[in-house]
Structure formats: C-alpha cells, structure tokens
Design a protein around this ligand. Structure first.
Ligand SMILES: [Zn+2]
Length: 761
C-alpha cells in the first residue's frame, strides 16, 4: 500500500538539469572540461572532460538544489569514457555550510567503447540544506557527458510520536535506540559506563517500527530513495550483547554503514586485528585512517574490532565478514571505526550481522580471549596438537625457524647452517630431489614456494626477461577472474624487456584445484617435500568473478581457497600461506607475514624480498618495530593453532641494526624468526645468526602449540611487555634503554627474561 503510494502519487518526472560546468582537480592543472559539438547526445552537444592526473577530480554541474523536506533524488546521464580512471554522477550533501557527504550516490564507471548510463540515487532529509550535483572521478580519463536529468520525489516520514526513542533492557545493559538514526546509547548496568553510537550513514527514512520485548525492527526507505532495508536490533536475553541484522533486497549501489561508529573520547583505545594486531588511541596524531576489508589477509585478519574506554570495552564481532569493510576515519580529530557493508556482486544478497559485546573490564587480553571463545563456538579453533595427530611434522614446523634462499649453492648453505648448530629448520628454498634428501637427513623440513593466482598471457611471455615457473598458464584464457565490467581482473605486475608494466591476470579460485592436485602430487613422486608455502592465497582479497562459466562471490572465493589449502594438507604436507586470515586456521599450519604489519613493512618487501637494507623509514621503526602500537591479538586467539612469522621481504636479518629488535618481538610473541640468506651472507654474519637462533629457541619450542593466556604492558611508556602461556612460560621484554625491576629481578635495557614452565625448570 505504502510502496504503491510512493510509486504512483509522489514520483516526479525527470527534469533536464542545467549544466554550468566548473572543473576542479586535486592535481593542479591536470585537466579541464569544455562543450564539444562533435559528440552529440540526444541532439545536444556533450561535455568533454579530460584529466591526466592520478588523483580525484570533479565537475560541479549546475546550481545547488535546496532541500526543505525529505527527498529522494535521482541524477542520470550518459557517459562515454576511456582511460584507466573512473567517473560517476553524484551529489555533495550539505548541512549548513558543512559538506556531510562528498560523493553521495556515486557508482563508479570505467572505460567502455559504448555510451554507459550513470545513475546517482540518494535520500536526503533532516538537517540537509542543499545538494550539489556533480560529475566526479579518479585518475586518467577522457570522457563525454550527455544531457543530465534530475528526478525529485518527496518521501513521507513518520510522525514524531512514532519516532520516539525506544528502551531495551536486560540484567547487564540498558539500550536506548533512536529509530530515526538507528543510533544506540548503551549503559552498562554493572559499571554505569555509557556508550554512544553515531547515527547510521545518511539517508534512511523509517516507514514502520515494530517493537518486541528486547528487540526493535525498523523498516526504512534505503539511501537510494527507492529500495527498502530492514534493520533488526536485538538485545540478548542474558548476555551483555547487542545484535544488528541488516537485510535489503535487490541492487546495492553504494556501501552501507549500519550501525554507526561508537563515539570515542580522546583516551579511547582502538584494538584492531591488522595482521598480528595493532592498538592506538583515538586521538593519536600519527596514526592514519585505515580501511580494512573482512575478506583478505591485508584487511582484518580476524572478524572483530574493539574499543577500550577506561575500564570497560566493546568487542564488535562481525558475523558476516565476506563483504565487509571497516572504515577507520578521523571524525572531529579523533579516529572512529565505522562498520560498512559492501554489495555481493552488486546486490544486498544476504542479511548482514554484527554484534557488540560489552566487557566491564576490557584490557587487550580480555577482548582477545572473549573473541577466542566465540571462534571456539564456531569450531574455528583447531589446534596444532589436533593437526599433529594427522601429520607429526606439524609440531616440527611449529618449533622451527623459517629459512629462505634464492641464490648461491643450496647444499653449501644447508651445511653451513647445520654446522652453525641449527637443528629446527623449515627449509623454504626448495631444490633438487638430491638436495632435499640431504637437508632432510640433517633433520630440516624440506619445503618450497608455490602459487595458484598469477597467470600471464602466453602471447606476452616472449616479451618478458624472466618467466615465473609457477604461473598457472594453463588457466589462460578460460579460467580467469572477470570483473563486473567484463574485463580480466589484474594481478601481480611484472616488467617486460622494455621496462613497461605487464599485469598478470588472476586464476579463478574455483578453477585451480585440479591443477594444484596434479602439480603437487606429481612432484611428490620425485621430490621428498614435507611442507609447502602457497603464496597469496590468504593474503589477497577474496574475489568476485563475473565469468558466467565460473561465477563467484567473495564467499565462494574464500571457500575455494580453503579447499586448495586443505588439498595441500591432505597430500601429507605441512601447509603455509602468505600474511594470514582466520578462515584458513582449520586448513593450514603456518603464515608468512602475520608478524609483519602490512602497511609498515620494509619498502619493496614484495618486489625484491631478499634485499638487505642499510636504512629503515620512520614508519617501519615506529609501527613495525617499536613498542608503542603492536599487539599480539592473533597469538591470544589462535597462537596454539598456527605458526606466525615475518613476511619474506621483511625478515629477521633484513637490517642489521634492528635484527635484535625483531628477535625480541619473536621471543615476546613466541614466534619463530624468518631468515632470507645465501652462503655468502650466512658466512659473513654467522655469529649473529647463531645468536638469533639460540635466543629465539629459548622460547619458540616451549610456546609451540600452547595457548597464550595473557599479554601485559608493565610500564606506562609501553617499553616493558610480558606474555604468558598456558604451560606457565612467561616472557618479559624490556624494549627501553633503562633497567626494569620487578619481583622477578632486574631486566637490563633491551633485555629479555624467559621464565620457563615449571615442568622445564
Ligand atoms: Zn570465475
């Protein structure tokens, strides 16, 4: 009834928009716009926009539109676009003189030979004073824009009585929900602590509100002004837990941020599972905003984010992380974490769920262990001990240092390492059957590199100075990931003989399993491998594929990749992958890169892994190696399930001056070092390698397979940190220069105290 009313009575007719173009670009003088009568559209000259810069640009299209009631606005026009950048019609949304949204309704279009229709849809209401129609874009483009139409439609709103705040209660929490903004105010009855949520993203207008004892269901007109979204907010019967379920139908153009972020105080501490983990104050002046996806190792390694305010904290658990983005942005000078839902192949697809668990005493350990309980309930805590029942080599890898090598004679290196006293070694550098047999006799675990994503166009192989032996060339051209526009998705980029970039295509995850089975089982007939490293599988984003022969959602991509890792495990190998993501915990054993926080790795760590460097940028020293930001979140949740090391281009011996510091981190977290070396480098630094091996081996074998039970920061400047494991192992590291005294004695500046488990004392 209500929907019909909207469609029949209130729908406006498209009106032509008067265009008074006004060009702006972030790169100074990188482009312009002008009328072009040679490219007519609907019998009228089009607007040509040329931009040669790499950043964003915009064209204000006409006079601003005043807003005095709740309005659904649709802007529509045709674009013909070439170049590597993108473009979209959109609106700037103003509240007074403040722009609240810079590109509302924008859905980016990319190059195509034909004209494409760009549509921006937005809903504007309370507080909005005007909107500015614009054409916006990023990067290099040459485009024509035809005539543009604007459609306005008034949207009826509920009366003030229906929109009054609603209170939900259980023994632990009192929740007051504002149905207009879906913002909750939560009071923890156990402590009196109060939490306030920001309004959900602009442009939801409630049409019905249904109340139950501990739940509210709000049906609303979505921010595109035409589709419907249903948001259910439910307080658990007994637990201090508030749950959201967001359900929409049909296309989902823009990302949706429901609910809003928890408001921060200057002292609020964010706890974020970026790789191993990181924490920072909301008012930290150095930390940049971060956008972290839920669907890949370079986003959130685990599906949560936490906030600690004074004694209490909130643990936000993302039940549906496969199309999720956590946006940490600065709002009024403070960093706030906003949950954001992305489309599943352009659609809402499935209900999206999020929970907030309120902890009266919430340090880092409490937050992480609460999440571990959740992961356990899902069956995701599969321990190394359980994995070792099927393959005893699992525990050998858990006690071993990871040794990479590309150049020089491999047998010379293996002998030198053995002669130096190394016994627990994951030999990652591969080699001939004879070499592998030799390292196996030394007690090392023979392993190698492999990959099932990058595919090079066979026609381009002749132009390349070097051909990667593991490229999945047989996947060309029928088994590749295709994006929504019908183009091949780009993967790793290499340079041809002229130095020009040539991107790889990407094998569709659903298509590589047979190739992997044949390649690995075939090789095992001649090569005595006991382990295998599968690059990129748990690092790159889970992908969507639009090839009709093998379509894939990100959830499908994730499932296919887990099958790949399980296949390697089922072939009797100890399986590893890059960076790390919790979906893979049941299927593999080791991660290379979990210790290396993605944004703070040594520069060119991926393009030239073995390079030794003399200097490190400030960011690496501060965030990667300094004591101020790192947190052992992964170790607290999954430390007894997996083995985490540095990224192969960000390794223990990368920089002589900070090797000690990396060893300290390995000892504090109970994780093995990763070395990249060759016979010459090993001989030159033999004593230092021996020291690193001996130091870390004081902890690694004792921590292997043990759950980490506590992480403590013992000094206000965070220079002294302590970790504890279930067997009683206690490691205290002094990252500072001054001695540190406690009941256990004195730890010199830079010193480490290892208190072994009682059974080993
Ligand atoms: Zn596919």
């Amino acid at each position: 009834m209500w929907t019909a009313l909207l469609g029949v009575v209130l729908m406006g007719a498209p009106e032509p928009l008067t265009i008074n173009p006004n060009f702006w670009s972030r790169d100074d003088r990188a482009g312009d716009c002008r009328w072009d009568a040679t490219q007519n559209r609907d019998g009228r000259p089009s607007l040509r926009v040329t931009h040669t810069g790499t950043q964003d640009w915009a064209v204000n299209l006409g006079p601003p539109i005043p807003v005095t009631e709740t309005l659904a606005l649709h802007l529509q026009g045709d674009l013909r676009l070439s170049g590597t950048g993108d473009a979209a019609l959109s609106f700037v949304v103003y509240q007074g003189e403040t722009a609240r949204q810079w590109a509302a309704g924008s859905v980016a279009l990319r190059a195509a030979t034909a004209w494409q229709t760009s549509t921006a849809k937005t809903l504007v209401g309370a507080g909005v004073t005007r909107v500015q129609p614009r054409l916006v874009g990023n990067g290099t483009v040459d485009l024509w824009l035809g005539p543009v139409t604007l459609t306005r439609r008034a949207v009826p709103t509920l009366g003030a009585a229906a929109l009054a705040p609603i209170t939900l209660k259980n023994d632990a929490l009192i929740v007051v929900l504002d149905p207009k903004t879906l913002a909750a105010q939560v009071t923890d009855r156990r402590t009196g602590q109060r939490w306030q949520q920001r309004p959900a993203a602009n442009g939801l207008v409630p049409s019905t509100i249904r109340r139950e004892t501990r739940a509210v269901t709000v049906q609303a007109v979505d921010q595109d002004g035409e589709s419907r979204v249903t948001v259910r907010v439910e307080l658990d019967v007994t637990r201090p837990e508030l749950k959201w379920r967001i359900e929409g139908k049909g296309p989902m153009g823009e990302d949706r941020s429901i609910p809003g972020a928890w408001v921060t105080t200057p002292a609020s501490q964010h706890v974020v599972p970026m790789n191993m983990g990181i924490g920072f104050r909301a008012d930290d002046p150095v930390m940049k905003g971060q956008w972290l996806v839920g669907y890949g190792g370079h986003g959130l390694s685990m599906a949560f984010y936490g906030q600690v305010d004074g004694a209490g904290g909130v643990l936000n658990i993302i039940d549906d992380p496969d199309d999720f983005l956590l946006r940490i942005d600065r709002e009024n000078g403070r960093l706030e974490a906003r949950p954001t839902w992305q489309a599943q192949r352009g659609q809402y697809g499935y209900p999206r769920r999020l929970r907030a668990l309120f902890l009266p005493k919430a340090d880092v350990t409490a937050l992480a262990l609460a999440y571990r309980q959740d992961a356990k309930a899902r069956g995701n805590v599969v321990t190394l001990a359980q994995k070792a029942k099927k393959n005893p080599n699992v525990m050998r890898v858990a006690r071993a240092v990871n040794l990479w090598n590309w150049t020089g004679d491999k047998l010379t290196l293996a002998k030198a390492v053995y002669d130096a006293g190394f016994r627990n070694v994951l030999w990652s550098g591969g080699g001939s059957p004879e070499l592998l047999s030799a390292v196996k006799r030394m007690g090392f675990i023979p392993s190698r590199y492999d990959i099932y994503q990058d595919v090079m166009d066979p026609a381009r192989l002749k132009d390349l100075p070097w051909i990667h032996p593991d490229w999945a060339t047989s996947m060309w051209p029928d088994h590749l990931v295709t994006n929504a526009a019908g183009d091949l998705t780009k993967g790793w980029v290499v340079q041809d003989k002229q130095g020009k970039d040539v991107p790889c295509a990407v094998a569709c995850d659903t298509e590589v399993l047979d190739l992997a089975r044949e390649r690995i089982s075939g090789e095992l007939k001649t090569h005595p491998f006991e382990a295998r490293f599968i690059d990129t599988t748990t690092a790159s984003e889970y992908r969507e594929c639009y090839d009709l022969r093998h379509p894939m959602t990100r959830s499908d991509s994730k499932r296919a990749r887990m099958k790949l890792l399980q296949l390697v495990t089922d072939l009797g190998l100890v399986t590893g992958s890059e960076t790390g993501h919790e979906a893979s915990v049941p299927h593999l054993v080791f991660y290379e890169g979990m210790m290396s926080l993605g944004p703070y790795r040594v520069p060119d760590a991926g393009t030239n892994p073995p390079r030794i460097v003399d200097e490190l940028p400030e960011d690496v020293l501060t965030f990667q190696l300094g004591p101020k930001y790192r947190l052992p979140l992964w170790q607290l949740v999954y430390g007894d399930c997996t083995v985490s090391s540095w990224y192969w281009g960000d390794f223990s011996n990368k920089h002589l001056g900070t090797w000690d510091q990396r060893d300290r981190w390995n000892m504090l977290y109970g994780t093995p070092p990763l070395y990249f070396t060759d016979p010459e480098n090993f001989a030159a630094h033999r004593a230092r390698f021996i020291q690193s091996y001996r130091d870390t081996m004081r902890v690694v074998p004792l921590a292997a397979g043990q759950p980490m039970t506590a992480f403590r920061v013992l000094t206000a400047d965070r220079t002294v940190q302590q970790t504890q494991w279930a067997n009683g192992l206690l490691v205290t590291v002094n990252f500072g220069a001054k001695p540190f005294k406690d009941a256990g004695g004195t730890i010199a500046g830079g010193g480490i105290r290892v208190t072994p488990p009682k059974a080993n004392r």
